[in-house]
Ligand binder design. Structure first.
Ligand SMILES: [Mn+2]
Length: 225
């Protein structure tokens, strides 16, 4: 996987991820500080719609070009977009994690109500309290929402708790989950330039920085942050 990043301390935080396997080929550009009309093409109409909602409500710059083995099913493609999105977020954030870190949001969509709680913790965890009313939304396999977020948290190293609180219409339910996630993510990654250091009792939210600090004896080993 190739990644590039630019500007962590000042300037826009962004990253580009290109990832090609035998199953999929994905190019994803993410900017946390430059909202722009999204350009999304995955070959799955409803998934495009959800990524557009993520970009819009997350105030992200997001471009996704994804091709994959949709003749098998949608699983590989959706999961690999999650990997690319999580990797891009981690790269874009870089080591300067003077950010809000914790955030939560509720999003209603008519009958549906979803909640997302995010901690940009440096550790991956997904709680998925979500059950949709129907297995398919358009041609999109709703099971894959979990796969997308699992791949995202594993690569972004964030903790994410998603709950679908209620709803009847599966399109509304899925969209509410994506919107709640977008709103929470937007707050969690918001810069807090007034902070003298990262918001962690451990002194770091980044595994790379933690390893470096341990080497020079600034931090003891341990999991807590
Ligand atoms: Mn919709």
């Amino acid at each position: 996987m190739e990644t590039t990043k630019a500007g962590t301390t000042k300037g826009p935080r962004k990253a580009t991820v290109s990832r090609t396997t035998r199953e999929t080929s994905i190019r994803l550009e993410l900017s946390l500080d430059e909202p722009a009309p999204s350009e999304i093409s995955t070959g799955i109409g409803f998934f495009d719609h959800m990524l557009q909602a993520l970009a819009k409500h997350g105030r992200l710059g997001l471009k996704v070009q994804a091709q994959g083995d949709l003749h098998v099913d949608q699983h590989h493609l959706v999961e690999d977009v999650g990997i690319a999105l999580g990797t891009a977020l981690r790269e874009a954030l870089g080591d300067d994690l003077r950010i809000r870190r914790f955030a939560h949001a509720y999003a209603p969509l008519d009958d549906a109500l979803a909640r997302a709680v995010v901690d940009v913790s440096g550790r991956a965890h997904l709680y998925y309290g979500v059950q949709f009313a129907r297995p398919l939304v358009g041609a999109f396999d709703a099971d894959l929402v979990r796969e997308l977020f699992a791949a995202f948290v594993a690569n972004a190293a964030v903790s994410l708790h998603l709950d679908l609180i209620r709803g009847e219409n599966a399109h509304h339910q899925v969209e509410a989950v994506f919107k709640a996630f977008a709103l929470a993510l937007r707050d969690a990654v918001a810069r807090e330039p007034g902070l003298a250091e990262v918001p962690s009792t451990k002194g770091t939210l980044s595994e790379k920085a933690a390893r470096k600090a341990r080497k020079v004896g600034k931090l003891r080993k341990g999991k807590g942050r």
